[in-house]
Design a protein around this ligand. Structure first.
Ligand code: ADP
Ligand code: ZN
Length: 770
């Protein structure tokens, strides 16, 4: 038997499958999806078996080792891989690396052995062990070219060793053996204790009884104690307490639950419920039914900071919840993974990479905040989690619930077309009204000589909440914007010499720095152009908001939730819990605070600059602004009457005005726009990005490619300069493609064909701000 194997090397030259002979010993149990070790060139590498065959014309080497008992990649993952490879041109090995849980990837280490010690240069000798072996560490790789030369001369050998990551955790346990016949047992009075207490014992417990290492060893030697290794599960520690939800379900909730429960086959429900309408309660009841019928449920949230809230809700209700996301330690994640594949978890809660988990007997998939952009993986291998989830559900023939207060425009369209079943929650429970909105025009504030970043109504509102011991969320949108510096005298803004962007201002380090190439210089108050000492920061950053807030309300307890604050492990859970437990009065943050959070005591949400995102040139700017405002204002008034204050400079915009209205007119308008301009869901769109040192040549290349792409039947816009015209001295042009249901294969090979050393061509699966 023969196997086709993907080799774990990301390189264009090995971007294919390789045939290997399957040794007889493996034939009985080797199936596709298993990880193997194979010889490759003069090294060994991990690979994944993609298919098995009776014949092969090219196989000459044997599979050396099989690392799995059950396949790491289930059939459904192969199905998803197929979808991923059709949507974007990626190296095969990169695709596989994306879908394999990181803890199951292996590491490689180069090992150098001395063959002729007289020929080893003196400066290298100290690196070798007494036995003439040197295992290269990362920093040793500077010596690699020299070692390679020594190898070519035959003075050393170089091998690659595979290091499986140590993922399982073990402990030693001791059990008392009543059948022993150790004559000197009377010398050990503590043994009486051991006999009568619960076995097995950990070593520490034996120490506590007064046994020394030496005594333990002796007892083990004479068969009084039996020593055994046991694997330890690393439990994920949570800071929150369980909550006791006992609600009288609303009639809308009941109706939603019944509809979803009645589906037994693949079916997509779009659960559209206004903010605070209790969608989670619907999920939980549906899951309860799945578990009662011995099925498993997968629940996805778009970002790690939403995990604690959902985890608390789920673990308070159910026992066997596995949690899987990149914020866990390797060990924790490995143990959660084991719990999932062994079938010990009833519910699997995760972020987007959980879509690749093999779950037996999966009966329900829930995708919360389905509109969220974070479900699209843009770095590394591109994929849209929703597409893959729907494929997974159709593979298992099970229902999916897509939940949101602001479904994506495409999902609304799909529901209108009858592809999804729309289920609505139009009210908050207990007759609680939606938050009252107040718009504050900041231009008017300026006219009234009020220059602070918080308007007078907002200050009034915050004061009022502080007094009543209610909570406040303040949101500053920073997307498409980095704080920069400008000369107040001549208006000069320092730009990066290599990229077409302003240098961002880092107040703490007193530098200005390019966000693209990293070019930096110290911040000087004196303008290089007009020599006046008038260089000053422009705009507001979150740190500035925090500073101002503390000045304006010195007694308020303020928490900040943004990327910088979330770097440490479990930070998202700590901040979330602190605010939930009312240990702070005001939570300020960027995008992170707009999404799905439920804090019952929040009665005021303030949006500092609502129209910031509208300045971004994207066909989605309007929709994104609308959804974000709808979401963030929806954090208010979830238990008590709430209010939201929206500050901005251009508040008459449709996206902002619609926030206070029934959203059907918004969706109608958005779909009309998309239809007129030929954007999704009416067409598929993607982009090709060209970058090169020569402005002219890069443009010409794009122009030439346009003709070729048109011949393939795509309609093409451009070439146009990319939003950032130059990065790292490379000029950038884009072509925008619009098409319907089309295979991209010939396009990918055209790109491959036209690539040259001086001009890079990259396919970008979605229109975004490149
Ligand atoms: P969303 O629809 O915005 O996701 P959540 O699921 O976060 O809303 O629910 C909002 C709040 O309402 C939560 O605190 C939840 O516990 C509470 N809740 C949900 N259903 C009910 C109900 N039937 N009666 C009272 N409170 C409810
Ligand atoms: Zn730069």
């Amino acid at each position: 038997m023969f196997a086709k194997v993907v080799i774990d090397i990301k390189h264009e030259e090995v971007n294919q499958l390789y045939d290997y002979i399957v040794p007889q010993a493996f034939e009985d149990f080797l199936v596709r999806g298993m990880r193997v070790i194979v010889p490759f060139g003069h090294m060994e590498r991990m690979g994944v078996v993609v298919s098995l065959h009776e014949k092969s014309d090219t196989a000459t080497k044997e599979i050396k080792e099989v690392l799995d008992l059950i396949p790491t990649l289930s059939d459904e993952v192969f199905y998803m891989l197929d979808i991923m490879s059709k949507g974007s041109p990626e190296l095969i090995s990169a695709l596989y690396q994306t879908v394999i849980p990181p803890e199951l990837l292996v590491g490689y280490q180069k090992v150098i052995r001395i063959l002729d010690v007289t020929r080893i240069p003196d400066d290298l000798k100290p690196f070798f062990s007494k036995r003439g072996i040197w295992r290269l560490k990362v920093m040793d790789h500077v010596y690699y070219p020299r070692l390679k030369r020594l190898k070519d001369l035959g003075y050393v050998s170089i091998e690659t060793e595979i290091k499986e990551k140590k993922t399982e955790k073990w402990k030693t346990e001791y059990t008392y053996n009543p059948e022993h016949n150790y004559p000197k047992i009377n010398l050990y009075p503590m043994i009486e204790e051991i006999k009568h207490q619960d076995n097995p014992f950990e070593k520490q417990a034996l120490y506590d009884l007064g046994l020394s290492d030496f005594m333990i060893k002796t007892l083990v030697k004479h068969g009084v104690l039996i020593e055994k290794k046991a694997s330890v599960k690393r439990e994920i520690e949570h800071v929150y307490d369980s909550v006791d939800h006992h609600f009288q379900l609303t009639s809308e909730q009941k109706n939603a639950i019944n509809q979803i429960k009645s589906a037994k086959e693949h079916h997509v429900f779009l659960l559209k419920g206004v903010t605070g309408s209790g969608k989670t309660e619907v999920y939980v009841n549906v899951i309860d039914d799945v578990i009662k019928h011995h099925g498993k449920a997968l629940v996805l949230v778009p970002e790690i900071q939403l995990i604690p809230q959902m985890a608390q809700y789920l673990t308070s209700r159910f026992d066997k919840v596995a949690i899987y996301h990149s914020g866990l330690s390797k060990g924790e994640r490995y143990d959660q993974y084991q719990m999932i594949i062994s079938g010990d978890a009833d519910i699997i809660l995760g972020t987007r990479s959980a879509v690749f988990l093999p779950i037996n007997n999966l009966k329900m998939i829930i995708m919360d905040e389905e509109h969220d952009e974070s479900y699209i993986q843009k770095e590394g291998v591109y994929y849209d989690t929703k597409t893959l989830l729907l494929a997974k559900a159709s593979y298992h023939n099970i229902p999916v619930v897509l939940g949101s207060a602001t479904p994506s425009v495409t999902s609304i369209y799909n529901a209108e077309q009858g592809m999804y079943t729309l289920v609505e929650l139009t009210k908050r429970p207990k007759g609680l009204p939606m938050p009252r909105l107040t718009f504050v025009d900041m231009k008017e504030e300026l006219k009234a000589k009020h220059y602070a970043i918080f308007s007078r109504p907002l200050i009034q509102g915050i004061e009022d909440r502080l007094q009543k011991k209610e909570q406040v969320i303040l949101f500053l949108n920073r997307k498409g914007y980095a704080p920069f510096v400008m000369c107040r005298s001549c208006g000069d803004v320092p730009k990066c010499p290599h990229c077409d962007v302003s240098l961002a201002f880092y107040k703490d380090k007193k530098i200005i720095k390019c966000p693209y190439c990293g070019f930096e210089q110290p911040f000087e108050q004196t303008c290089t152009v007009c020599k006046e000492p008038k260089m000053k920061e422009v705009g507001v950053g979150i740190e500035y908001v925090e500073e101002q807030l503390k000045k304006t309300f010195p007694k308020a307890r303020v928490l900040r939730m943004d990327k910088a604050e979330m770097r440490t492990k479990h930070a998202h859970e700590l901040i979330w819990n602190e605010f939930k437990e009312e240990e702070a009065d005001i939570l300020i943050g960027t995008q992170m605070v707009t999404k799905g959070l439920d804090f019952p005591k929040v009665t005021l949400v303030g949006v500092l600059i609502a129209d910031m995102l509208l300045k971004v040139p994207s066909y989605q700017a309007t929709e994104k602004t609308f959804m974000m405002l709808k979401q963030v204002t929806g954090r208010s008034g979830r238990l008590l009457h709430g209010e939201a204050i929206i500050q901005g400079y251009d508040l008459n915009h449709f996206a902002i005005q619609s926030v206070d209205q029934d959203d059907s007119s918004f969706y109608k308008e958005a779909l009309l726009q998309r239809r007129l301009l030929g954007y999704p869901p009416f067409n598929q769109t993607s982009q090709i990005l060209f970058s090169g040192m020569s402005f002219l040549k890069t443009y010409q290349k794009a122009f030439l490619m346009k003709k070729e792409v048109e011949k393939l039947g795509f309609s093409v816009l451009g070439p146009a300069q990319a939003m950032i015209k130059k990065i790292k001295d490379q000029y950038r042009f884009t072509l925008t493609l619009k098409y319907k249901e089309k295979s991209l294969e010939s396009l990918f090979s055209l790109i491959e064909h036209l690539k040259t050393d001086d001009i890079e061509i990259k396919f970008l699966p979605i229109l975004d701000l490149w």
